[in-house]
Design a protein around this ligand. Structure first.
Ligand code: SF4
Ligand code: SF4
Length: 410
C-alpha cells in the first residue's frame, strides 16, 4: 500500500520502521486532512491514525532532561492553551478535563525553574493582530488579513500560494511572542543572562517543532505526548499533585488568549480587541459567544458589526477545506486557517485516543476552553494587567520585536 514519505531531516515527524506494516492508513489520513499531494506540511495528523504507533512526533524530551540536570542553565517552559485539556487522557480523567493547575505542578516537579503561559503570548498576538487588522481596514490594503499562528498553514501558503504571502499577518505566533519576551523582558527583569536560559515550548502541535527551528528565542518544543512520557518516566503521581500557578510577569492569559486552542478562537479573540480599538469601548455581549464561528463546520463565515466596518470573516477548519474555498477567501476581510480538525485541540502531539471517539474528545476539549473563557472575569487581551505592564514598561519603548520581518513564521 502507498504510505506517506517521512523525509530525512523532517523536524516534526518520525517513523519507527520496524513497527510499520505498510497498511497505508497514513496516506489515507494525509489525503483526507490535507489533500495536497506529496508535500508534507508537518501537521502530523498521520500520527493519530497509524494503527501500529509507527509514526510519532520527533521526540526531543530526552535532551531536555539533560538540561534539567545541568546547573549552568535555567530551563523554563511555556505552555500552549490546548495541552491542559488533553493531558488528562493519559491519567484516566474524563475527556476534556481542564487540568491547568496539575499540568503546572507536574512541570515544576520535573525541574523547570519557571512555568509561563503561552496564553500570555496569545494575548500579545491578539493585540498586534487587531492593530494590524484595523490598520489594513483603514488603508484598504492586503485584505483579507490571514492569521499566522498555525505553522503548517503558513508552510502550505508558501508552497502553493507564494504570491499571497502579503495577506498573512506579520505577527509572531503566540510561542514566538512569549519566546521573545522571556529572552528579553523577563531576562532583563530578573537580570539573567539570556544565554543561560533554555526555553521549552510545550504544545499540542508537532509542526511547532519545525517552527521553533527558525526561531532564535525558543530552544525546544515538546508535545503533550512527550510531557506524559516525562511524567511517567519520573514516576510522578499526576493525580496526587497539588495545584500550582503560573509564574508572574508572563503567567497571566485572558479567556480570549485561551480560546486560541480551538478553531474560531483566534477570530473571536481578535474581534473583541479590534472592536475596542475602533470604538474605545468593550464589544457587545455577542462578541463573547460568537456562535457562528464556534461550530465544527469545515468552513464558517460571519458578518461582524464593528460599527465603522461590517467585517466579513471566514474560518477554515482543516486544511483540505482550502481546496474548495481558496478563491472565495478573497471576498473576506479576515481569514483564520487552522490545519488540524477543530484547531489545536486536535493537534497531532496531543496523544493517541481511540479513533472512533476522536470527535467526542475534540468536542469536549473545545467545550472546556470555552467554559473557562466564560467563567474568566478577564475576557479581553487589552485588559490583561501583565500585558498592559509589558507594553508600558517595555514593548512601547521598542525593546522587543513582535513581528516577523517577512510574512513567515520564525
Ligand atoms: S499508518 Fe503506520 S503502519 Fe500504516 S503504513 Fe503508515 S506508518 Fe506504516
Ligand atoms: S492547527 Fe494547531 S496543532 Fe494543528 S498544525 Fe496548526 S498550530 Fe499545530
Amino acid at each position: 500500500m502507498e504510505r506517506i514519505e517521512v523525509k530525512k531531516g523532517n523536524l516534526a515527524i518520525d517513523r519507527i520502521e520496524e513497527r510499520c506494516i505498510n497498511c497505508g492508513m497514513c496516506a489515507k489520513t494525509c489525503k483526507e486532512n490535507n489533500d495536497i499531494g506529496k508535500e508534507c506540511i508537518n501537521c502530523g495528523q498521520c500520527i493519530l491514525t497509524c494503527p501500529m504507533g509507527a509514526l510519532v512526533p520527533r521526540f526531543n524530551y530526552k535532551t531536555i532532561l539533560n538540561y534539567l540536570y545541568d546547573t549552568n542553565y535555567e530551563v523554563m517552559v511555556i505552555t500552549s492553551p490546548a495541552v491542559r485539556v488533553a493531558i488528562g487522557d493519559a491519567f484516566g480523567y474524563k475527556k476534556g478535563e481542564f487540568l491547568e493547575d496539575k499540568m503546572v505542578s507536574a512541570l515544576r516537579q520535573l525541574g523547570f525553574s519557571k512555568v509561563f503561559d503561552t496564553t500570555f503570548g496569545a494575548d500579545l498576538t491578539v493585540m498586534e493582530e487587531a492593530k494590524e487588522l484595523v490598520s489594513r481596514l483603514e488603508k484598504k490594503e492586503n485584505l483579507p488579513l490571514m492569521t499566522s499562528c498555525c505553522p503548517s498553514w503558513v508552510t502550505y501558503e508558501k508552497l502553493f500560494h507564494p504570491n499571497d504571502l502579503n495577506h498573512i499577518s506579520s505577527c509572531k505566533s503566540p510561542i514566538g511572542m512569549i519566546g521573545a519576551m522571556v529572552k528579553s523582558y523577563y531576562a532583563e527583569y530578573e537580570q539573567i543572562n539570556k544565554n543561560n536560559i533554555i526555553l521549552v515550548a510545550l504544545t499540542p502541535c508537532v509542526s511547532k517543532k519545525d517552527e521553533i527551528f527558525h526561531n532564535e528565542d525558543v530552544d525546544f518544543c515538546i508535545t503533550t505526548m512527550e510531557l506524559v512520557m516525562m511524567i511517567k518516566e519520573a514516576n510522578i503521581d499526576f493525580k496526587a499533585l497539588e495545584s500550582s500557578n503560573f509564574d508572574e510577569l508572563l503567567g497571566k492569559g485572558s479567556g480570549a488568549g485561551l480560546i486560541f486552542g480551538t478553531s474560531g478562537g483566534v477570530t473571536e479573540a481578535v474581534l473583541r480587541t479590534s472592536y475596542y480599538l475602533i470604538n474605545g469601548k468593550n464589544a457587545p455581549q455577542e462578541f463573547y459567544n460568537l456562535t457562528k464561528v464556534r461550530n465544527n463546520e469545515n468552513f464558517k463565515e460571519a458578518i461582524i458589526d464593528l460599527e465603522k466596518y461590517k467585517l466579513k470573516v471566514a474560518i477554515v477548519n482543516k486544511i483540505s477545506t482550502l481546496k474548495d474555498y481558496y478563491e472565495k477567501l478573497k471576498d473576506y476581510d479576515f481569514v483564520e486557517v487552522m490545519t488540524c480538525p477543530s484547531g489545536c485541540v486536535g493537534g497531532a502531539g496531543q496523544g493517541l485516543v481511540p479513533i472512533n471517539e476522536m470527535a467526542e474528545y475534540l468536542k469536549e476539549r473545545q467545550t472546556a476552553l470555552y467554559e473557562d473563557d466564560a467563567k474568566n472575569t478577564l475576557k479581553n487581551s487589552y485588559e490583561n494587567k501583565e500585558i498592559k505592564e509589558a507594553y508600558e514598561t517595555y514593548i512601547n519603548k521598542g525593546k522587543v520585536k513582535l513581528h516577523n520581518k517577512e510574512t513567515v513564521v520564525n
